[in-house]
Design a protein around this ligand. Structure first.
Ligand SMILES: [Zn+2]
Length: 303
């Protein structure tokens, strides 16, 4: 049994699916000016680099050992030109996807649709980056159905007014789980539900700047489309969150409630702390399986 002080720490040790860090940002899906974050963070990095070089230039020509060490520790950092190209296309994509964010429709973006939103030159950058990420990543492809048939999903709006897409067959169980938690005075919200591969790829592009272009570090926290359970359409992965929309803390009462009751609604914990598959604990990531549904027998009768 290994205990971690935070989800982010546990994910950094093993394969992760990007949730710990992602949700701190994605909870602002509808209202936060994402493009401002990107530009400010990129400009801040450049300004600091310029300032550092100016100070170093005045004092001495010796670079800081700390800075040298940090830069050389990443063996898969994309070059500055690619990083700028990605920041620019993310800026464009963010504007194009903005109208679909509030309804949750953005999460249904397919890879062909993503490509269609970009110029040929931009797509070349994305395809090259995905190729490289697929090559360096040790994330195994998940064996699951990835049908992106829009008719299989339905919008679910939480009490907090955020909308997510879930498998139509899973909606009743998700709603009943949330209601049962509320009845037990445990407030659970949803941070993320179904994501088509194009949206998962968009997330990879979006967060690249947060890691200053270091792919290996980003891939410890953001899953490739081939490895994210949220992309599967034969099950429904849900990331639950606290009332405030933050990641569920390990050992918290929300996780305790889910551990006791989630199975009643067809959910199992995908990455438990005790996983012996080298996968980091994700106490917020639960997956609904049709065979475990509370109404599985009814569905079989209907079919
Ligand atoms: Zn998840």
């Amino acid at each position: 049994m290994v205990s971690f002080s935070s989800p982010a720490k546990s994910l950094s040790k093993t394969r992760g699916t990007g949730e710990a860090v992602m949700y701190r940002f994605l909870q602002f899906d509808k209202s936060f000016p994402l493009r401002s974050v990107l530009l400010v963070s990129r400009h801040l990095t450049m300004a600091l680099a310029l300032l550092t070089s100016l100070v170093m230039g005045c004092e001495a020509s010796q670079p800081s050992p700390d800075i040298t060490l940090e830069v050389s520790s990443c063996t898969s950092r994309v070059d500055a030109r690619t990083l700028d190209a990605v920041a620019a296309l993310v800026y464009d994509l963010d504007s194009l996807l903005e109208p679909r964010m509030a309804s949750g429709e953005a999460s249904l973006l397919t890879i062909p649709e993503l490509q269609h939103l970009l110029s040929d030159e931009q797509w070349e950058v994305v395809a090259g980056l995905l190729d490289r990420a697929n090559t360096i990543s040790e994330q195994e492809p998940l064996s699951c159905d990835r049908t992106e048939d829009r008719d299989r999903f339905v919008a679910l709006t939480t009490d907090q007014g955020r909308s997510f897409f879930v498998l139509t067959d899973a909606r009743a169980d998700v709603q009943q789980l949330l209601a049962a938690a509320t009845a037990d005075n445990v407030v659970l919200t949803i941070a993320s539900a179904h994501r088509n591969a194009g949206y998962q790829l968009f997330l990879l592009l979006f967060y690249l700047a947060q890691y200053d272009g270091c792919l290996e570090e980003e891939l410890e926290l953001i899953a490739l489309p081939r490895a994210s359970e949220h992309v599967c359409s034969d099950r429904q992965a849900i990331d639950f969150a606290t009332a405030e929309g933050t990641t569920l803390p390990e050992g918290g009462r929300e996780v305790a409630w889910l551990t006791e009751h989630a199975a009643d609604f067809g959910f199992t914990l995908t990455y438990p702390t005790t996983s012996d598959a080298g996968i980091g604990s994700e106490p917020w990531h639960w997956c609904w399986h049709p065979a475990n549904s509370s109404s599985a027998s009814n569905q079989l009768d209907e079919e």
